[in-house]
Structures are given as C-alpha cells and as structure tokens.
Design a protein around this ligand. Structure first.
Ligand SMILES: *Cc1c(COP(=O)(O)O)cnc(C)c1O
Length: 448
C-alpha cells in the first residue's frame, strides 16, 4: 500500500461508493447501537490524515476521540508494537508478569501531578480505570458515596453510566444504575445562572452544601472530576474552583479522583490538565492518549491508597497487555522527546485566532473554550439568549465531513463543536482544516 502524504485529497463524494457499500453491510451485521458519526471506512492512516477505502484522504481533527495524540501510525509506536508482538503478545500480568508493565507504571509515577510516592494499576479502557479508582477509594475510606458533576462523562459500564450525567444516548433504558452516586452542579461559567463572575464561588458553595447536607461528608469516598470536561463540551471551570474542591476533599478525608482520560497526556498543553493550576489529585485515571491507539488505561495514585487494596483485588485478563504497554512507552517517549505539550499550545495559538475570527464574522459562537489542542466552540441561536444550536452544530459537522475533515460534536445540548487534532499535525493541514471549517459554516448559514 502506498505511503500517505499529509494532504487532504477528495476523489469521490464523502462517503464514497465503497464506504457506502460497507456501511450497508454493517447494518446487517453490526449492532445498531454501535453507530459511527462519519461512515467513511478507513483503510490506512498516518499522522493527521485518514485514507478511506475510496482513496479519499481526510484531515483528522478528532484523533479517534483524543487517542492518537502522537499521530496515527506514529513510527516509534509502530516499531515498538511490531517488536513486542514478535516477542510475546500476552501472558496476563496477574499470572506471569513482564517488565514493560513496570516501565509504564514508572512513567506514570514520574509524569502525573505530585511528587508523592505513587502506585499504578493498568486496565483496558477509561471506564474500567474509573471503576477501579472508585474501588480503591471505597476500600481506603471505608465509605460508599461518590460525587460526580453535571455534564460529566466517565464511561458506559454500570458504575460509570451512573457517574455520567447525560441520559441520551449513554443511559437511556440501561438502568438501574449503581447506587450511592450523587451529582453536584458543574462550574460552567458560560451557562451559570447568575453569570460568569459568580460561577466559581456559587458552584463551589452548591457542591459543598450538597456534600454536607444531602450526603454527609463522612459518607463520601470520592469526588470524581474531569479538570476539563470532555464529552460534556470542553467545559473549563473557572480558575481556582478545582483547587477549592481539592481543599474540601483534603479537609474531609475524601479521595479526589481526577478523570484525565480525555484531557491527559499533553492534550491541554501540559502533561495533565491538573498541572495548569498545580492541583494534585489523590488518584488520576488515564487512557485515550496514553498508548497511540492501543487499548490501555491506568489508575495512578498515592501509594498508601493504591496499596490498601488486598492482593488480587485489582486486575483483569488483559489489563496492561504487553503490546499496549510497548505502545504506551513509545508514545510517552514521543511526547517527551518532541515536547508535544508545547506543540499543543502552538496548535491553540494557530486555532484560537481562526475561531475568534469565525465568531466575529458569523455571530453563532457563544463561547470559544478549552486549552491547548482541546478546543471547542459552543454554538448558539442567539448571542444574548444563549439558546443552544444543536442542528447548526450537526449541519456544520456534516459539511466538514463532506469536505474531507473529520470533526466531532459534543455537549449536553449537542451544540458544541470540538477539536482534538493529533499533536503532530502539520500547520499546513491545520490551517487547511480551518479554511474548510469557514467554508462549511458559510455554506450552512447561507442555506438557513
Ligand atoms: C472516554 C472517556 C472515558 C471512558 O473511556 P473508555 O475508554 O471509552 O471506556 C472516561 N472518562 C472520560 C473523561 C472520557 O473522556
């Protein structure tokens, strides 16, 4: 198969005939609940470009949802995976261990926030990591309640569905959900009822009051928080809010779990989003960007908490699979060697002015937010009323797709247009993708 150039190339309509054929086959064999947002079937990918089965090359602004942070088919990752596959593919770390698992845990200890003694356990998915972080918190505190936030997303397993705020499509019909989960208001400045200025203080007060009056702080094992919310629409809490949650947890012996499954690994311009404000969680969950596309997840945290669980209490058949570990080591090495955290800030510097210009020109952007290469625009019908515009977001998304740019939406109201490019994407591709976004918006607005 030929090498992929870092170029957008359109040879057919998107999706093309071969993709359409495969998608028709999909309906007869894949469960309808598994529903691709852009039914273009991929044949090969490299860096920031996906090539489909019709020979089109699409610019990737999604990274498979913040996973291929080091670029698709990153040469270091490919080489590490090939080497490891040839050596051995699996033993199960709980049966006969191997060094690669230890190396990933050492890297996580060194890179995650805080200088304290740490331990790590590896898993397969973000949801599994969050579930296990809650298990650790419950064992160490002897308490049961878990506090999560509005607009939060933590996965699709039973406990993580309960932690997740949004009903459709994640929870609808899937109950009953795990018990002892409580949800506090999120510090969402753009939609805070009394205005952005009050948001940090009032959101914190609502959280603290809820814990003390409704649940009882002495019953709370953990607070689970995304330092920047992902699926909820890249909601960035006001400066200082997270630190106050941290202090509250410390004061009441509550385990603070930072869910950095989406925001972690250089995505936001730091190794972790918590680093931005110097907040040190007790446990941190990671996945997505950790292993260049191989399935791997982790819980890293204070040694005294992580070591409190009895031997055999944590694990799983595949958790910390050696091939996934090799990929993670190569990805982390790439992030460090190529300073991808700085690259994320460069991406923001390129994209933000483009998004600001788009906002000024069109009057449909209520807020531009996010950090580093985790940026979003919240689309509204009316700048004063702030009415969410989900149809507009969907239409622009489709128009980008038709032009060969893979984009994603998000948000509780479905009106957030989010960008998660691979950090290795070229400036040229990113600029072209922003040009395409301009065209797509113009087309959609002209048709209104
Ligand atoms: C994606 C995500 C999860 C779930 O990860 P999976 O690997 O899909 O199970 C959990 N938390 C956050 C913040 C996420 O973005």
């Amino acid at each position: 198969m030929s090498e992929i150039t870092q170029q957008r190339i359109l040879t057919t309509a998107i999706p093309g005939p071969r993709s359409a054929e495969l998608h028709a086959r999909k309906a007869a064999t894949v469960a309808a609940g598994v529903a691709p947002g852009l039914p273009v079937y991929v044949e090969r990918a490299a860096g920031g470009v996906l090539r489909d089965v019709d020979g089109n090359q699409l610019i990737d602004l999604g990274s498979g949802i913040a996973v291929t942070t080091v670029g698709n088919g990153n040469p270091r990752v490919v080489e590490a995976v090939q080497r490891q596959v040839a050596d051995f593919t699996h033993t199960c770390f709980m049966v006969t261990p191997y060094e690669e698992y230890l190396q990933v845990c050492e890297q996580l200890a060194a890179r995650t926030p805080g200088e304290h003694e740490k331990r790590t356990a590896l898993f397969n998915s973000g949801a599994e990591a969050v579930e296990n972080a809650v298990k650790v918190a419950r064992v160490t505190t002897g308490r049961q309640a878990v506090l999560a936030f509005e607009h939060g997303y933590h996965g699709r397993t039973n406990l993580t569905m309960a932690l997740t705020a949004k009903n459709m499509p994640y929870k609808q019909g899937f109950g009953p959900f795990a018990g002892e989960v409580y949800r506090a208001p999120m510090a969402y400045p753009y939609r805070w009822p009394t205005g952005e200025k009050q948001c940090a203080q009032e959101a914190y007060d609502a959280f603290a009051s809820m814990v003390t009056t409704q649940v009882g702080a002495e019953n709370v094992a953990a607070v689970v928080v995304e330092p920047i919310q992902g699926e909820g629409g890249f909601i960035v809490p006001p400066e200082g809010w997270l630190a106050r949650i941290r202090d509250f947890c410390t004061e009441h012996g509550i385990v603070l779990i930072a869910d950095e499954v989406q925001s972690g690994f250089c995505r936001t311009g730091d190794w972790f989003a918590c680093d931005h404000e110097g907040v040190v969680p007790d446990l941190i969950t990671t996945a997505k960007g950790i292993a260049g596309g191989m399935p791997l997840a982790a819980v890293t945290g204070r040694a005294e908490l992580m070591d409190a669980v009895h031997p055999g209490g944590l694990g799983g058949t595949y958790g910390g699979n050696p091939v996934a570990c090799a990929a993670a080591l190569a990805s982390i090495e790439t992030m460090a060697a190529d300073d991808l955290a700085s690259r994320a800030r460069e991406i923001e510097a390129l994209m933000r002015p483009r998004l600001e210009a788009l906002a000024d020109r069109t009057g449909i952007v209520g807020e531009i937010r996010g950090r580093g290469a985790m940026l979003a625009v919240e689309l509204v019908e009316d700048l004063d009323l702030r009415t969410p515009a989900p149809q507009l977001a969907a239409a622009i998304n489709r128009a980008c797709h038709e032009r060969g740019v893979v984009t994603l939406t998000a948000g509780t109201f479905g009106n957030v247009f989010r960008f998660l490019p691979p950090l290795t994407i070229t400036d040229a591709l990113l600029t072209e993708a922003m040009d395409v976004l301009d065209e797509a918006v113009d087309q959609v607005l002209a048709a209104r």
